[in-house]
Design a protein around this ligand. Structure first.
Ligand SMILES: [Fe+2]
Ligand SMILES: [Fe+2]
Length: 171
């Protein structure tokens, strides 16, 4: 067994092989490094990236809370499982941003009334939220000059795009 570490969320993974996606943040396999090869060089963050990461944090917290609400109200186990996992992944994205900004973690509520009682409406809203996240992060990527920030937004865009595919054709 080997020890891997995700270049995006910095969480560890124990396994014989790197997983196809980080089980915590959903980053794709190329970001899963053997722990002995893991390093994130220090850098100075621009004010623009700081603001954009702050907006990213808000968006991820909001999406996580939406997903936890949608999981509670799902009308079938498959969607409940999907929404719960998405809630955890978006929470992990919030933690990832917090680490980068070196700020305290905001609270993520699991009890907010911020989704519909109708499962199909929540599938639709999931799609809209992921689409919005991808668009914001594409904009932020274009404005980032730091290698690390570019890496984060590139990975987040890939992950939110994966999420978008989950609800394709479902509403
Ligand atoms: Fe990760
Ligand atoms: Fe996310």
């Amino acid at each position: 067994m080997k020890i891997f570490k995700c270049k995006i969320c910095q969480e560890g993974y124990l396994g014989d092989e790197a997983p196809t996606h980080c089980p915590f943040c959903g980053a794709h396999k190329p970001y899963m490094l053997e722990a002995k090869d893991f390093a994130i060089p220090g850098y100075t963050m621009t004010d623009i990236s700081r603001r954009n990461l702050e907006e990213t944090l808000k968006l991820e917290v909001d999406n996580a809370e939406f997903y936890f609400c949608a999981a509670e109200r799902a009308d079938n186990d498959i969607d409940a499982t999907m929404f719960k996992r998405l809630g955890k992944i978006e929470s992990e994205h919030a933690s990832t941003v917090v680490k980068e900004l070196k700020i305290p973690s905001p609270e993520i509520s699991r009890e907010k009334d911020m989704c519909s009682d109708n499962n199909v409406d929540n599938l639709k809203e999931s799609h809209e939220r992921e689409d919005m996240a991808m668009k914001r992060y594409t904009l932020f990527l274009g404005r980032a000059t730091e290698e690390r920030v570019r890496e984060l937004f590139t990975a987040l865009i890939e992950i939110e795009k994966d999420h978008l595919s989950l609800t394709e054709g479902r509403f």
